[in-house]
Design a protein around this ligand. Structure first.
Ligand code: NAD
Length: 365
């Protein structure tokens, strides 16, 4: 049964990690390592069953293969999950035990933070292995990725404006931003710096107030965000917000934001296309976070990070070209771009190109 699932999604390796003393039950999934070591975050979640944990890690690791490939990184896709409640099951022993399992893979999988995990947990993982990104800045880590993700999303937005309106002048347009959290607030700031009109909503009223008072955004009620008369709908909160119920209400011409899994399903992606709305694929737009941590592998440098974020503009441009070339919706074009790159680079790559180096903080002995 498991091998059948692995064959369906094309996974290479799945490791079940167990340490009774530490209370660790974790799964590490390496989906594809053709482009390089598999990089993807560690999620801690109180799954209802081990099957649910397995499904999640398989789905998320596959997603990382596509994200890393489109981002132009020399990295494959992987992910890990710890089956547990982050509010009560965390301990030094748990994360050190997990770190040992990561280390045992010799760099084939590199971990990072994801839902339920913070930089302090990564500190424990880092005691056991070098194959971890998102460690604290004092160890040569990259710190909070959100400003980079927001800046990367702005590059993606400019590529979308270019295709839809024939220019990249962010300030000439209106934006409906859903979610003024870590990424959303930075994104609003960047939009306002360009002189754009920004509408904002968030379930957290304090964040809405901050966006209004600090950046001059205009608040709209939670559910009104979909029918706000804005050129761009920018989901920066949860996934699945473009769905059967919301799509008919959208007045935008572009969907471009930082949230993961914005389209409820593929049929919605097709419908978005039919309605003439340009969808900027989420995982290409929000790749700034993974780009940022990936730089820890050979020595983090902020300037290189900012330079890398700008490549998101070109990545989006390529996706839109593929969509036009093949007559397919943009969400499919992103997947095609990833598959073409894995296929081509997989054939030309030298055998040792994928070894992680961690030049900034290699340990000896
Ligand atoms: P966050 O938790 O800081 O912000 C999310 C915000 O959305 C919160 O302020 C929350 O109150 C708000 N929200 C939740 N439900 C809402 C609703 N129904 N309507 C309106 N607002 C709602 O998270 P973040 O780090 O800013 O990430 C935002 C999104 O971007 C997530 O989907 C995340 O997976 C994705 N993402 C983030 C990064 C990053 O660098 N942080 C990188 C890639 C992708």
């Amino acid at each position: 049964m498991i091998f059948q699932t692995l064959a369906t999604y094309g996974h290479e390796e799945v490791v079940f990690c167990h340490n009774a003393d530490a209370g660790l039950k974790a799964i590490i999934a390496i989906h594809n390592s053709v482009l390089g070591p598999a990089l993807g975050g560690l999620r801690m979640w109180p799954y209802a069953s081990e099957q649910e944990a397995l499904n999640d890690v398989l789905r998320l690791s596959r997603g990382m293969t596509y994200k890393n490939a489109v981002a132009g990184l020399n990295l494959g896709g992987g992910k890990a999950v710890i089956w547990g409640d982050p509010s009560k099951d965390k301990s030094e022993a748990l994360f050190r035990a997990f770190g040992r399992f990561v280390n045992s893979l010799g760099g084939r999988y590199i971990t990072a933070e994801d839902v339920g995990i913070d930089v302090n947990d990564m500190e424990y993982v880092f005691r056991e292995t070098d194959y971890v990104t998102g460690v604290h800045q004092v160890h040569g880590g990259s710190g909070d990725p959100s400003p980079f993700t927001a800046y990367g999303a702005l590059q993606g937005l400019m590529a979308a404006l270019q295709v839809k309106f024939g220019h990249e002048e962010v300030g000439k347009h209106t934006y409906a931003v859903q979610g003024a959290g870590h990424v959303g607030m930075h994104f609003i700031k960047l939009l306002r710096e360009q002189g754009a009109k920004v509408y904002v909503t968030d379930i957290n009223q304090k964040l809405v107030d901050q966006a209004v008072s600090e950046y001059g955004a205009e608040a709209v009620p939670l559910d009104h965000i979909y029918e706000t008369d804005a050129d761009v709908y920018s989901p920066c909160a949860l996934g699945g917000t473009v769905n059967e119920a919301t799509l008919p209400r959208l007045k935008c011409k572009i969907i471009c934001g930082a949230a993961n899994n914005q389209l409820a399903n593929d049929a919605i992606g097709d419908e978005v296309e039919k309605r003439g709305i340009l969808y900027a694929p989420d995982y290409a737009v929000n790749a700034g976070g993974v780009m940022n941590v990936s730089l820890e592998i050979d020595g983090y440098n902020r300037e290189r990070a900012m330079r890398m974020m700008r490549t998101i503009y070109y990545n989006l441009g390529k996706i839109f070209q593929i969509a036009k070339r093949d007559g397919i919706p943009t969400y499919k074009a992103a997947d095609r771009m990833a598959e073409e790159r894995i296929d081509l680079i997989g054939r030309v790559k030298l055998p040792n190109m994928g070894q992680p180096r961690f030049l900034g903080r290699m340990r000896h002995g």
